[in-house]
Structures are given as structure tokens and as C-alpha cells.
Design a protein around this ligand. Structure first.
Ligand code: SF4
Length: 476
């Protein structure tokens, strides 16, 4: 997201999402399947923890030697015939891609799914330049037809039901499906997109990995759309964050095993392609020009910051959001930035500033499940707590939060008062829920807790009262 775009109101969006029952069903279906498939395939891999440690070590090594691998990648990519460009900011990257499109006289570009493209605001920049953009990942195609943004980094259309997708296809496709089955609808999209693939002037892709010792760009998809995006057009433009570097194809093998299992619960994606330079003499197909745009956009700042450096290991698998209780309630759009869920809570303040994304940092229960499933062991709860600390130190918390925390600190420093307060609160809650065992509406500052669900009433005295009673009983 470009710095000029205001971040939408998180609380208001969360409220809307929590009231949307269809959305909850859609999220539960997709993330539930993702969790069980991941658990099954990781369960079949006795060396998962060994591979995870190796993946972490590979990424840490690259991050510690980023300058070295950037130079090596650039040298080998140029030797293969690619043109390598650098962009410091999101706007610079988007402008660069638009300029490359204009220099090639492009009127239509196809694009395979790339969260970095979203991060730098490429869809918007292309539209402003009057260049037709066709998203070719099936879910991105759905999101584009709906005029929306992705709600998940792996399943961008996770929030859409089959009926909604069917309606979008019937309106947009020239030869739409008859039956409303997934197969017929996919065939409808295939017919629609094939014409676009064959007529595009430029194909734009992201990169899952940048292989330093060969200058290759590795992409993985399940639909083959990256290959169809990058092979027929005259020009292929890659946009990639500089943290995507890995030393060699052998390292890519380790990272791919971790990425795919964590992202989709499969052993491998259907298509894994290493793109190395433009078409060479004797090649039957491939682009005549191959550009690689390497984007910083805050990454070197993260590198210099010990509290954020671990995040540069992220391989964008989405496992953390599938296992996040907050994401599973509100979905991705509520987060407002490019990246939702726990990884988004860490990255969005880097791109959009802490002041504008402070609420995301607060939307975490710190249960730690995200770290447990992260294939490169990123300590997400610690990084989120780090942002909270900064938010507090920089005085960004609203007065209500500062007052509340101040009151709690006062009570915690006065044990008698603390006990009295917890006993009184416990008694009040038990009285409020004495009929149904649940509380439908809490007053004042507690109203937010019951805005979208009932709160179970406590069915026993407070912990401190029980503890004191037991201590009393156990006395000789
Ligand atoms: S933080 Fe970890 S789990 Fe989340 S997307 Fe990145 S690599 Fe995957």
C-alpha cells in the first residue's frame, strides 16, 4: 500500500466482519481445511523440525549476508540476459514497472499473484497509467472482478461464496458456465483468461525465491498461471522483495518443502518454475526481455533493527493467519493493509507507520500458535509485543487505554484493593448472569466484549478467593 493511502479503520471493519455470518462460514471452511491438511502432512514428515531449523538457518544466513547475495544474484541474472533494477520505496517500484510497461508500448498486462505487487500499489499505478491489468490467479481473478483486495495471502478470495463467484463470472465472462459446479466455473475462467494470456504485451510476476548462484527467479503455483503469464508475452517483469534471496537451487529445495506444506498442506505445488533470463537462441518460447525489479520498501530498515530482523525470514506461507484466532474471526480485509493476520500485524507498521496501524498490533491474544506453525520459526508474538512497547513509549495509546492501565497498575500495587476489586467484579458478573449463565451486554468499557457474542458468567468465586479458601482449608 502506498504511503498516501489511508489505512482503513480497523475497529469499524472488525465490527462489520464479526456481524457477517457468511464471512465466518467462508473463513472457517478454508482455514479449517488448511489447518487439518497442514497437520496431516507435517505429521507424515518425521524430520519436519530438522527442516524447519535448516530453513531458519538458511534465511538467517542470507539476511546476515544480504549485500553479498544481492551482488551475486545481480551478476548472475545479468549474465543470463536479465535487466536488474532497484527500487527504494513502494512508489519508486510501481513507477519503475509502469515506465517499463510504457517503454514497451504495453496496453495490456497479465499478472500472476504477487503480494509484493499489492504492497507497492501496482494495480492502482497500472490503472492510473491506463494499462489494462488482468489478474490470472483464479482467486485473484475473482477478487479483481469484485473490485476488492485479497483477503488472504494464499487464498485471496477466501471471503467469497460459490454463489457470489458464479454471479461475478456470469456478468464478466463471454461464455460463462452453465452448471454452478467448481469444475464448470473454473472452465469458464480458463476460457476467459486464455485469450488474455495470448494477447498480453507484458507478463508481471512475483518471486517465491531469488536464486543467487544462477540469477534465477523461482515461482510456485497450482494453476500454471505464472507460466502462462510469463511465457507468451514479449516482456516478463518480476517484482520481488530483496529478502527473497537464497544461495542456490539446493537451498530452494529445502525452502519449497517447508513453504508448500505450510501453505497448502500438499507435498509440492503443481508447478514450480525457475525463470532464468529471456528467451535464448533455439528456445521455442519465452519473453524477449526479462526485467527484475528488486524492492527494498523498508526491508533494510528491518535489517538494521534487531527487534524486526527476524521478520525478514518470512516466506509468505500464510500458516500463521490460518492458526490465528483473531484472523479466524474477522478475516483479512479488516486488517486494512496488504498483509493480514500475525505477519501483517508485524509488517504493516513497517510500511504504513505505527501510528496508523497501532490497532493491528493490539489485535493479538499472544497465544503463540502462529510461532509454533511458522516454518521458519519467526517469534511473531515477541515482535508484536515489541511494537506494543514502542506504541506505549511513543505515547500512541489513547487516553482510555492509558487510564485503564494506570488504574490496573495502581490496584496491582495495592493487594488489598486488588482483591476487593476482583471479588466485587466477580460478584457483579455472577449476578448479571445468574439466570442464563451468560451475560448478553456488559456496561461501559466492557460493552465491546459483548457487542458480538454473549459472555459466560463466572460460575465460581474469583481465583484469589478460591486460593485463599484452599489455603485456609489446608492449614493444620
Ligand atoms: S510469518 Fe511464518 S507462518 Fe506467517 S506467513 Fe511468514 S513464514 Fe508463514
Amino acid at each position: 500500500m502506498s504511503a498516501a493511502t489511508p489505512l482503513p479503520d480497523f475497529k469499524q471493519r472488525s465490527g462489520t466482519a464479526l456481524s457477517d455470518r457468511l464471512l465466518k462460514v467462508a473463513i472457517d471452511r478454508t482455514t479449517g481445511t488448511a489447518r487439518s491438511k497442514r497437520a496431516a502432512i507435517v505429521g507424515l514428515w518425521p524430520d519436519f523440525e530438522v527442516a524447519r531449523a535448516r530453513g531458519k538457518a538458511i534465511k538467517d544466513h542470507v539476511v546476515a549476508n544480504l549485500g553479498h547475495y544481492l551482488v551475486e544474484f545481480e551478476r548472475n541474472a545479468r549474465a543470463s540476459g536479465a535487466k536488474v533494477h532497484y527500487a527504494q520505496t513502494a512508489d519508486e517500484a510501481a513507477d519503475l514497472v509502469v515506465r517499463l510497461c510504457q517503454e514497451a508500448g504495453a496496453r495490456s498486462v497479465t499478472r500472476s499473484k504477487s503480494m509484493l505487487g499489492e504492497e507497492i500499489g501496482l494495480p492502482h499505478a497500472l490503472a492510473e497509467a491506463g494499462i489494462e491489468r488482468v489478474e490470472t490467479d483464479l482467486a485473484e481473478h475473482i477478487v479483481q472482478l469484485a473490485g476488492e483486495r485479497p483477503s488472504h495471502i494464499i487464498w485471496p478470495a477466501l471471503h467469497k461464496t460459490r454463489e457470489q463467484i458464479s454471479e461475478l463470472f456470469r456478468v464478466a465472462h463471454q461464455d460463462p458456465h452453465g452448471e454452478e459446479t467448481p469444475e464448470a466455473m473454473a472452465a469458464s475462467a480458463r476460457r476467459h483468461l486464455r485469450v488474455k494470456f495470448l494477447n498480453a504485451d507484458i507478463g508481471i510476476s512475483g518471486a517465491n525465491f531469488l536464486v543467487a548462484d544462477s540469477g534465477s527467479v523461482c515461482t510456485v503455483t497450482n494453476e500454471g498461471n505464472a507460466e502462462m503469464t510469463t511465457t507468451p508475452p514479449r516482456v516478463h517483469i518480476v517484482t520481488a522483495g530483496i529478502e527473497k534471496l537464497i544461495p542456490s537451487a539446493a537451498h530452494a529445495a529445502t525452502m519449497l518443502r517447508l513453504l508448500v506444506r505450510s501453505a497448502t498442506g500438499a507435498a509440492l505445488t503443481q508447478y514450480t518454475t525457475f525463470h532464468t533470463g529471456p528467451r535464448r537462441e533455439g528456445d521455442l518460447d519465452g519473453p524477449q526481455e526479462f526485467h527484475i525489479v528488486l524492492v527494498d520498501n523498508g526491508r533494510t530498515r528491518m535489517l538494521a533493527d534487531p527487534a524486526l530482523r527476524d521478520m525478514l525470514r518470512c516466506i509468505r506461507c500464510g500458516a500463521c493467519m490460518n492458526h490465528c484466532p483473531v484472523f479466524n474471526q474477522i478475516g483479512g480485509h479488516a486488517y486494512g493493509g496488504t498483509y493480514p493476520g500475525p505477519m501483517g500485524a508485524v509488517l504493516t507498521p513497517v510500511f504504513d507507520g505505527l501510528e496508523r496501524s497501532r490497532d493491528l498490533v493490539g489485535a493479538c491474544t499472544l497465544n503463540g500458535r502462529c510461532r509454533e506453525v511458522c516454518p521458519v520459526d519467526i517469534p511473531l508474538p515477541t515482535l508484536i509485543k515489541g511494537w506494543r512497547d514502542r506504541s506505549w513509549r511513543e505515547g500512541l495509546e489513547p487516553l482510555s487505554v492509558r487510564t485503564g492501565v494506570g488504574a490496573w497498575v495502581f490496584l496491582a500495587a495495592h493487594p488489598r484493593l486488588y482483591r476487593l476489586a476482583t471479588r466485587t467484579a466477580n460478584l457483579a458478573l455472577r449476578l448479571m448472569g445468574r439466570k442464563a449463565g451468560r451475560i448478553a451486554r456488559l456496561p461501559l468499557a466492557g460493552a465491546g466484549w459483548t457487542a458480538h457474542r454473549d459472555m459466560p458468567a463466572p460460575d465460581a468465586p474469583s481465583f484469589l478467593s478460591q486460593h485463599a479458601a484452599r489455603k485456609q482449608e489446608s492449614r493444620p
